[in-house]
Design a protein around this ligand. Structure first.
Ligand code: SAM
Length: 257
């Protein structure tokens, strides 16, 4: 990093600066010689330093032009490294897929959007290993009827299985974020719910149910259900009381009726 670099809040730039935590995260990523690995937001290479040379192909995607220039100086001569200057949310993913692992210490302001983009491409990926804000991590694995349980919790099992590996305090970053962080791993298994063919409709159903999460399903889903009764599902409940399997039953009922 050159001397005139100032971390940009707008790009969620909190750089890892604790070698022990960095090694612990890389241990979870566990790069293999045969792997293609995509890193989102490599920054100045805290994780990248430990990935380069450890896998078949390493693809770096960074939005900050100044950091891209530094990455080019640092890794540009490695044959197995490709550096893309772009916004992960708007760029085409085709040029760097399929990949075995997608990893990164994510910019926290857009981590949920990045997770949805990963789900969108899940059939071309095997694992996602990300550092996210603790609240986002808790949402991925929340139990029904808790405050963390929501859209993200119900949509995640459609694409894979998420787990929280460990929590990380603000002290390991520069600048320090105001929130705690967690390392998460998602095993992407998009074919597991093949019976949910219309994923767009499943998303719509879950979003509509949670949009007015304090209302009963009978009210929040009025436009989708009308006056129908649905066996096995109590429409007097709120969305937060329904498990993924319940939403799946609701989906099939609405698709078939
Ligand atoms: N990996 C580095 C580390 O751990 O020290 C940096 C992590 S920092 C939390 C997030 C990184 O993502 C920054 O380098 C930032 O510039 C980059 N970034 C922010 N928004 C991005 C986007 N939309 N697409 C790609 N990279 C982005």
């Amino acid at each position: 990093m050159n001397n005139t670099f100032y971390p940009k809040k707008s790009l969620g730039q909190n750089f890892l600066c604790d070698p022990n935590i960095i090694r612990k995260i890389v241990g979870v990523i566990a790069p293999q010689q045969g792997n293609t690995i995509v890193e989102i937001g490599p920054g100045n290479g805290a994780l990248t330093d430990y990935l380069v040379g450890k896998c078949k192909e390493l693809i770096l995607i960074e939005k900050d032009e100044q950091l891209v220039q530094n990455l080019q100086v640092k890794y540009g001569s490695y044959e197995q490294v490709s550096i893309f200057h772009g916004d992960i949310l708007t760029m085409e993913w085709q040029p760097f897929l399929p990949a075995d692992k997608i990893v990164g210490n994510l910019p926290y302001n857009i981590s949920s959007q990045i997770l949805f983009a990963v789900y969108h491409h899940a059939s071309h990926l095997r694992e996602a290993i990300f550092m996210v804000q603790k609240e986002v991590a808790l949402r991925l694995v929340a139990k029904p009827s808790t405050k963390e349980y929501g859209i993200m919790t119900v949509l995640t099992p459609l694409y894979g299985k998420a787990e929280i590996l460990f929590h990380i305090p603000p002290t390991v970053f520069f600048p320090r974020p105001k929130v705690n962080s967690s390392l998460i791993k998602i095993y992407l298994t998009p074919d597991i719910h093949k019976d949910i063919e219309d994923k767009e409709f499943f998303h719509h159903l879950v979003r509509t149910a949670f949009n007015q999460r304090r209302k009963t399903l009978r009210n929040s889903l009025k436009t989708l259900i009308g006056a129908q009764q649905i066996s096995d599902i109590d429409l007097g409940l709120r969305a937060e009381a329904l498990s993924f399997e319940d939403f799946k039953r609701l989906y099939h009922h609405l698709k078939e009726n």
